[in-house]
Design a protein around this ligand. Sequence first.
Ligand code: ATP
Ligand code: MG
Length: 290
Amino acid sequence: MKYKQLIFDPEKKDRLKDFDPAYCGDYKDKDDAQDDLKKGVKKLSELQEKLYASDRHALLIIFQAMDAAGKDGTIKHVMSGVNPQGCQVKSFKVPSAEEMDHDYLWRCNKALPERGNIGIFNRSYYEEVLVVRVHENYLLDEKVPQLEKKLKDGKIWKERYTQINHYERYLTENGTRVLKFFLNVSKEEQKQRFLDRLNDPSKNWKFSLRDCKERQYWNEYMRAYEEMLIHTSTREAPWFVIPADHKWFMRAAVCQIIVDQLNAMGLKFPVLSTEMQAELEEAKKMLNAE
Ligand code: ATP
Ligand code: MG
């Protein structure tokens, strides 16, 4: 699958409206994409073993999306073959009182993957320029210093974009690759999925009235997403805008991009030193002599 057009390129003056949420790429149908996903899941599992064994790099995968876009399902399907020991998922909700008492990167920093591991952020510090931008009053609880002044000239958002870009560069330079997915669902498809959650008893538990209320801010969210994409899609950590109206396309695309990123890291199993090899020989002799 070719996915270059899914990268948000601010240099090319990309706009969110130019990304079609229903795009299906070259896939003939759902089965075609599911075959690809199956192969991708297997490759991902092999690459993750190398990542773990070489113990030099970490991979941080960030998912951002509107409600019901399919973050949970994508994580579940794409990571289904990965050894749970080398992979952690962290979901970020409304910050707790303790989290509010720190800078906004604090809680994310604590959840970063260690070397050799894959870390998945289900929502992330990007909420700080999304939901918080749509509901500026949340900043009051965050106790941001000089808030009034920073809000007046809009400086707070530029400041945050810069902080995030610096943070991601720091992570990249220190061995953590940052991979960012915006799952781009259409407003119509979101409505359909909310209705499914209401009509199907086995999906009722997924429904939240809060999600329905947030939907009323759809345009404000899209503006916040676009601004975020423009200011934080960088060379070292570009944003991938993944069409999310067809779940099968979304999953196959995300899986392939992760596989390609891991491949690009040039991961190798560690080569044993001559001393270690001599130790293996000695151990073999000991066991054979029993
Ligand atoms: P799901 O609904 O599939 O369980 P979810 O990620 O939507 O997953 P919820 O518990 O429904 O989980 O929602 C988490 C909420 O927390 C979201 O509405 C999100 O915008 C909000 N949130 C996350 N980070 C922050 C933040 N820094 N400030 C304010 N709200 C936040
Ligand atoms: Mg939710």
